[in-house]
Structure formats: structure tokens, C-alpha cells
Design a protein around this ligand. Structure first.
Ligand code: ADP
Length: 365
């Protein structure tokens, strides 16, 4: 290769934009290795988030950009993902067996937080991540039903800890799997925190990249305590587009900011309604609310999820839309959101794991 090609290769890579990182490969400091062998370029790219559904497109774009500058006809590109642990709020430590916890929260109930959480978890898994679900929505634990494991009880090997329940490949646990789902439970604040802390710490999570936490809705004392105690790398706020929901979502966002939890972005749920008969699209709850809030708060809008009867039916049946063959349009939307959220997370500071050097102070004689 002619001298000075490194600069040319770099500028070619700088022209490849990864939408989920909001910038190009070079600016995002994505590790790229290039080797030349027998008139052939072998390129290895390591993304910090799972991206099985995007890797072929990215590989094509990189190959085309490099072919342009090098004139080497044979360029092979491999895309890998290496997911690391990112820093959590305050002086908390990450959960053993879990690289990153991502909270899914909402300012109020009924906006589709649990629906978004479960589809997001399955979308991340489809992209290649090892994923878990912690159902912390203690007042209305809906994950057992949504994941088709109602009535399943977690096993314990030692009488002290729980093995997570396997649900469509996710490692999950919910208070709904420990108490009778139909039995109303009266939880006082400290009980909620204590029950959730036990669920979180006494479950033997096995090498999870992302543990999705379905948070209880609202911004009361319990939610505030949890936002301070659950060691999350970031939070995703779910809202519907109408003003009344946005006001609550904003309160939620401010609560997380106050306790230094990184807000990864907003998901606007029930954005539009497509009539199943005529296909006419109606913005039932108003238009552009999520976008406006995202712009005002300086956080990304990670995506919009339509109001679609399949989402309700399929999650009710315990097989969320992301894993149904017939709902690939919805799956695509959730996989976009999953890549965007974890792509942005990959740009955040890493959790510092190394030990500090020992400082020895010697007294001078
Ligand atoms: P939350 O966790 O915010 O209380 P849920 O996820 O339990 O809300 O959703 C409330 C109800 O709305 C559920 O029956 C769910 O199936 C339905 N739902 C949520 N999002 C959608 C959507 N985009 N389209 C259709 N139904 C939805």
C-alpha cells in the first residue's frame, strides 16, 4: 500500500456514520483493525453494543468506503460486539453477574412501560446480547404474564438465593413469581425497597450484558428510593404523546437526573394508531409530544411505538411481538430502539474495576 494510506483509511472510516452512536466510527473511537494480506484487506470492527441486525449493513458500508480509497477489490469486514460495564450512579457498585442495568420508567401507569420493557429486552437478545429482566413493578408485576411464565416458581440450590427463571431465553425474576399474582399485596414503602433489594441481590444472574428493570410507575418516595439504590447505567423514560402524560414523564426524568442517573432517552409509545381495516393512520394522542419533550430536555427520542392491537394481544398471550414472526414490523422498531439505547450507553464512561495501587507512606528517620 502506498505511504500515507493510514490517513486515507482513517478519513474513509470517518465517513461511515453509525446512527446509533450519533456520529462516525472515528469520532466514536470504535476499535477498527485493518490488516493487508495478499492484496486483500481484512477489517475487524468491535462495537460496544449488540447489533446483529445492523452488522451486515455496516460491513457493506465500511467495505465500500475502504475500496474507494485503496482500490483494493477484496475487502472483508467482520463486525463483533464487546459489551463492557458502564458506570452507575453515586457510590453504588454494579450487581454481581450483571454488566449493565437499564431501568425502564414512566411518570405514571398505563403508558405501556412494561410492554416496552419486555419487547426491548427481547430485541436486545435478538441483537445478540445476554439479557435479563427484573420486574420491579411490585404493585402490578406483569412480566410473568407477558413472558408466558405465570405460575412458575424460581428454583433455589442453597435455600438462600434464587435461580432466575428462563423465559424465551431471558433470565427473569418477578415478585409475581413468588407471591400469588391474584392476591392483592399491601406493600409499605420500606417493604418494597427491601423485597426488591432481595430480588435483585439474591438472584444468581449469570453473565448478563443488560438487565432490564421494569420500574414501578410514578415519582413518589418509593421510586425515588429505588432510583438511588438500584445501580443502573442508565434509564429509558416511556411516555405517550399527550401533554398530561408528558408532564408526568418530565417529572420522572427530573427525578432520575437529580440522583445522577444517566437518561439514555425517551420512547414515545402509542404514537399513532393505524386502523387495521383501512390502514388510515391517526395520531390518537396528539402529535410530536415525545419529540418536543426530548428536544426541550436535551435527550434523544429513541423511537416511537405505534398503538397496535398486536402488541396488546401478543404480550397478553405471553409471546411479545418481537418474537412473533408475524410482527416483524414491530420487531424492527424495537430492535432500532434497542441498538440506539445501548449504542448511546456504549459511549458513556466505563465502570472502573481495577484496584487502586497501594499507597505506602514511609516515615523518614
Ligand atoms: P404500564 O407498564 O405503563 O402500566 P403496560 O405495558 O402494562 O403499561 O400497558 C398497559 C396496557 O396497554 C396493556 O394491556 C398493554 O398490552 C397495552 N399496550 C401498551 N402499549 C401498547 C401499544 N403500543 N399498542 C397497543 N396496546 C398497548
Amino acid at each position: 500500500m502506498p505511504a500515507g494510506i493510514d490517513k486515507e483509511l482513517e478519513s474513509a472510516l470517518a465517513a461511515v456514520v453509525v446512527p446509533y452512536l450519533g456520529t462516525d466510527l472515528v469520532s466514536a473511537q470504535v476499535p477498527v483493525e485493518i490488516q493487508e494480506r495478499d492484496q486483500r484487506l481484512e477489517v475487524t470492527v468491535t462495537l460496544g453494543f449488540p447489533a446483529a441486525g445492523y452488522a451486515p449493513q455496516l460491513a457493506d458500508e465500511i467495505a465500500a468506503a475502504l475500496q474507494d480509497v485503496t482500490q483494493v477489490a477484496d475487502v472483508s469486514v467482520e463486525i463483533h460486539s464487546k459489551i463492557v460495564s458502564h458506570s452507575v450512579q453515586g457510590s453504588l457498585s454494579p450487581l454481581p453477574g450483571v454488566k449493565n442495568m437499564i431501568a425502564v420508567a414512566s411518570g405514571k401507569g398505563g403508558v405501556g412501560k412494561s410492554t416496552v420493557a419486555v419487547n426491548l429486552a427481547l430485541a436486545l437478545q435478538a441483537e445478540g446480547g445476554r439479557v435479563g429482566m427484573l420486574d420491579a413493578d411490585i404493585y402490578g408485576p406483569s412480566q410473568p404474564r407477558m413472558l408466558g411464565v405465570s405460575g412458575a416458581r424460581p428454583r433455589s440450590r442453597d435455600g438462600k438465593s434464587f435461580e432466575p427463571i428462563d423465559a424465551h431465553g431471558l433470565q427473569m425474576i418477578s415478585i409475581g413469581n413468588l407471591v400469588d399474582e391474584n392476591q392483592p399485596t399491601v406493600w409499605r414503602g420500606p417493604m418494597v425497597t427491601s423485597a426488591l433489594t432481595q430480588l435483585m441481590f439474591q438472584t444468581r444472574w449469570r453473565d448478563i450484558d443488560y438487565l432490564i428493570v421494569d420500574m414501578p410507575p410514578g415519582t413518589g418516595d418509593i421510586q425515588l428510593t429505588l432510583s438511588q439504590r438500584v445501580p443502573v447505567s442508565g434509564v429509558i423514560i416511556v411516555t405517550t404523546p399527550q401533554d398530561i402524560a408528558l408532564i408526568d414523564a418530565q417529572k420522572g426524568l427530573e427525578m432520575f437526573r437529580k440522583v445522577n442517573v444517566a437518561v439514555l432517552g425517551i420512547v414515545e409509545n402509542m404514537s399513532t394508531f393505524a386502523c387495521p381495516d383501512c390502514g388510515h393512520v391517526t395520531p390518537l394522542f396528539g402529535e410530536g409530544g415525545g419529540q418536543r419533550m426530548a428536544a426541550e430536555q436535551g435527550v434523544p427520542l429513541l423511537g416511537r411505538v405505534p398503538l397496535d392491537i398486536r402488541l396488546r394481544q401478543e404480550t397478553d398471550e405471553g409471546e411479545p411481538s418481537v418474537i412473533r414472526d408475524t410482527s416483524q414490523d414491530l420487531a424492527r422498531e424495537f430492535r432500532e430502539i434497542a441498538r440506539y439505547a445501548t449504542g448511546l450507553l456504549s459511549l458513556r464512561p466505563r465502570e472502573y474495576k481495577g484496584a487502586f495501587p497501594k499507597i505506602v507512606v514511609e516515615e523518614k528517620k
